[in-house]
Write a protein that binds this ligand. Structure first.
Ligand SMILES: Cc1ncc(COP(=O)(O)O)c(C=O)c1O
Length: 475
């Protein structure tokens, strides 16, 4: 026996919680799917009765809680920090106002979003204007209103220099940077490259232009970034560039903006549950960034700015939907009590290829993120039958409209209400009209009262912008 013997170690690879172990070991999947009967104390089925189905629901309490924890995570570690709400993540007016009332600025990426923020009463000086395409008309407005315009490319830089030539007071600008901080893919589409020196050239040119103030160095390294360490590398790269600009021009750029990307507690397809095993707390992200800035002499420390999106709103958002039909050839439904442990497992295995299908009254046109994220499915009542792998079909007349390829669900009835969660980030804003009216949206306010914040669409909303040529008009 020459083989080396290593004593076995018990790792936490499967995750410590029973939920994680069950997810990894399909033989041990239980016959119990916990129901989600209420959201913030309001009964799910009552919401559907009152406001209809499907229905988006947002929790004000959850959004405020996340916003405050983020502020504390950074604020406890670093004094000069400011936050902006990323409109594109969810620009429902009530949602934006919640973050503004928590003291968050507006981060916008288009003419439409800029105008939306202004209409909500946000002053130009409280808007950060990102994005690769800012038409001249809106650029002129934003620059004159004191917004920080974060420049994406040389053509935009040239245009801005032309616009500000006639200005008496310098306009506020920033530049967006991209670089390798260990995250793949690198988002090379946006901003100036750091590695080949173009970011430094653009920054020095702006720092020397008396018609602008180079206010910010900005980056957004990607979204759903699982490694806080990447932010440490990003902060170090930006601090180094800031120092280089200072040495060349004596201008110390006042603000470093590290964008967004901090994940919510959602999981990509195939990731082991629960999310807490994969997602690091926001405090670790704050620590990674602020520990770099805190190493600078106090007088040289910049204003740190973060532009958060999905982390703040994803879990606050739910989509309620109703089962409208059953598909596939189900075997008769046994109750858990009828089955021996062995029969229960066999039942589960025989059903493994999702022979059962449920058709619900909402489609992936309102759930854009279902392509990447494994959206949770929760029955609104406790059903005591063996769970079976089920395919959840959306209601679109399109074969690709599958919300979950396979999800363990008990036997449900037509009319049962299911809650899809989390869905608060990037679903409403990226929703597609396609063949349906967008559902109503309600907010459960801090007193636990549901309030309508967007009514269900009607035909006039969709027909409104259309015009009929005279020769096609019905007489
Ligand atoms: C410039 C910028 N900042 C902030 C965000 C918000 O990102 P996230 O939702 O990942 O926090 C985005 C989203 O893509 C962005 O493009």
């Amino acid at each position: 026996m020459t083989d080396y013997y290593a004593t076995p170690t018990i790792s936490s690879e499967l995750g410590r919680s029973p939920e994680a172990a069950i997810d990894r070991n399909y033989l041990s999947r239980g016959g119990f799917v916990p129901p989600l009967p209420s959201i913030d104390g309001v009964e799910v089925r009552r919401l559907v009765r009152e406001f209809g189905s499907p229905l988006f629901v947002f929790s004000e309490q959850d959004m405020r809680g996340k916003a405050r924890r983020a502020k504390e995570a950074f604020g406890n570690r670093y004094k000069k920090v400011s936050f902006a709400w990323s409109y594109k993540t969810n620009y429902l007016n009530a949602v934006c106002q919640i973050f503004h009332s928590e003291g968050w600025l507006a981060e916008v990426v288009s003419q439409f979003e800029y105008e939306k923020a202004r209409k909500l009463g946000i002053a130009g000086k409280d808007i950060i204007f990102n994005g690769p395409h800012k038409p001249r008309e809106i650029l002129e407005q934003a620059l004159s209103e004191g917004a920080v315009v974060q420049i994406d490319n040389w053509d935009e830089l040239n245009l801005i220099e032309t616009i500000v030539e006639k200005y008496k007071k310098p306009a506020q600008v920033g530049i967006r940077l991209w670089f390798d901080c260990g995250i793949r893919p690198i988002w090379t589409k946006f901003g100036f490259a750091l590695a080949n020196g173009e970011a430094a050239r653009a920054a020095v040119r702006l720092a020397k232009n008396p018609k602008v103030t180079l206010h910010t160095l900005h980056t957004h390294i990607g979204t759903y970034i699982l490694a806080p360490e990447a932010y440490r590398v990003a902060a170090q790269s930006m601090v180094a560039l800031r120092e280089q600009i200072y040495l060349e021009t004596s201008h110390l750029v006042p603000c470093l903006n590290l964008g967004g990307g901090i994940p919510s507690y959602s999981l990509l397809h195939g990731m082991p549950k629960p999310a807490e095993n994969v997602i690091k707390p926001i405090e670790e992200y704050a620590e990674a960034i602020t520990s770099v800035l805190n190493m600078l002499p106090e007088k040289k420390r910049p204003l740190l700015r973060m532009e958060l999106g999905r982390h703040l709103v994803d879990e606050a958002g739910y989509l309620l939907t109703t089962v409208i039909a059953m598909k596939g050839h189900d075997r008769p439904a046994p109750t858990t009590a009828d089955l021996s442990a062995r029969a229960a497992k066999e039942w589960q295995i025989m059903q493994e290829d999702s022979k059962r299908g449920l058709l619900v009254d909402v489609g992936i046109n309102f759930l854009y993120t279902a392509a990447w994220f494994e959206i949770g499915v929760w029955p609104s009542r406790l059903v005591n039958t063996q769970t079976t792998p089920t395919r959840l079909y959306g209601d679109l007349c399109m074969a690709i409209d599958v919300i979950r390829e396979t999800v363990d669900l008990p036997i449900l009835d037509i009319g049962d209400v299911l809650t899809l969660h989390p869905v608060g980030a990037y679903n409403f804003t990226q929703s597609m009209q396609f063949i349906d009216y967008r559902p109503a949206v309600i907010l459960i306010n801090r007193e636990g009262k549901p309030e309508l914040i967007r009514r269900r669409e009607i035909l006039a909303d969709i027909n409104g912008p259309e015009l009929m040529p005279a020769h096609l008009a019905r007489r």
